[in-house]
Design a protein around this ligand. Structure first.
Ligand code: GLN
Length: 281
């Protein structure tokens, strides 16, 4: 019966050293059976047929192989919105909501027709979360991967933001002729040598191109900061997500490029997660 299969799944996950075996077993069982949590509680003693059990165990085997639950489900919630993932996109992290918070904190009038550029958009989560809060804003999301661009476009359509968000492949901001009020970016920032020490959920399943930031992790910031004066309106704002311990270095890059009103914002874990600055006119 359902409850037994779920307990069995939990046991397999615990044995494999997964941190949250009970939660993961519930999520994977629900997804494998197409049942909500309430539905599963009500039908806890229902008998499962062989294909249903096989489907649950298939999902559990993937999790034992360290595939994140979000990848197995193919979706992840971010800013209370539902995003589809693909192998070409980073799995959105709760920490990245700090970028959205900072973007909104700096907007005086939420009804303004702001334009937003998202560099390295992946699933589109940052851009679409910002647009979801600013009903008259429009945006462009850039990613080097065509597959990511298609995933982001599909996410925009499903979230009802397809009319206000465009996506296109590109090399950060090169070749972009428009100018924007706001540029946001969560570029790859892990120093190359640190990558192999990350959790297998990250190293095996997030796209390496979304993680690897060069020898000191700052390669993408250097490239983007050099391009910003060509894509920001005078007075426009850049908001970067940064890795642990990088806020001073990224602030210094912005200062050296002539940016003003530079600041940092912490994530919920108290880590300086966001660096912002303005292209002062
Ligand atoms: N936040 C991701 C991690 O900690 C890294 C994402 C990035 O490099 N932008 O694994």
């Amino acid at each position: 019966m359902l409850r037994e299969v779920m307990r069995h799944a939990e046991g397999l996950l615990r044995e494999a050293g997964i941190d949250t075996p009970e939660l993961d077993a519930r999520l994977l069982t629900g997804a494998a059976l197409g049942m909500t949590r309430e539905h599963m509680l009500i039908h806890a003693t229902a008998r499962l047929n062989q294909p249903q059990v096989a489907r649950v165990l298939g999902f559990v085997a993937r999790r034992v192989g360290r595939e994140p639950v979000s990848r197995i489900l193919g979706r992840r919630e971010f800013w209370s919105l539902d995003f589809t993932l693909s192998p070409a996109t980073l799995d959105p992290r709760p920490d990245s909501e700090t970028v959205v918070e900072e973007a909104l904190a700096g907007v005086a009038d939420r009804q303004a027709s702001l334009s937003v550029l998202d560099l390295g958009t992946g699933t589109g989560c940052l851009l679409l979360a910002v647009l979801s809060e600013l009903p008259k804003a429009t945006g462009l999301g850039i990613d080097r991967s065509e597959e990511a661009v298609e995933t982001a476009r599909a996410n925009a359509r499903r979230l009802g933001l397809g009319q206000r968000a465009r996506f296109s492949t590109g090399d950060w901001a090169s070749g972009i002729e428009d100018r924007f009020d706001l540029v946001i970016s969560n570029p790859p920032y892990i120093p190359d040598a640190d990558i192999e020490a990350l959790a297998p959920e990250v190293t095996r399943f997030d796209p390496p191109a979304a993680l690897a930031g060069g020898p000191d992790g700052l390669d993408a910031y250097r490239t983007i900061v050099a391009q910003l004066p060509g894509v920001l309106k005078p007075g426009g704002r850049i908001i970067f997500e940064v890795g642990f311990g990088q806020s001073a270095d990224v602030s210094a890059l912005l200062r050296a490029a002539g940016f003003g009103r530079i600041g940092v914002r912490k994530d919920l874990g108290g880590v300086e997660r966001v660096v912002f600055g303005h292209l002062d006119a």
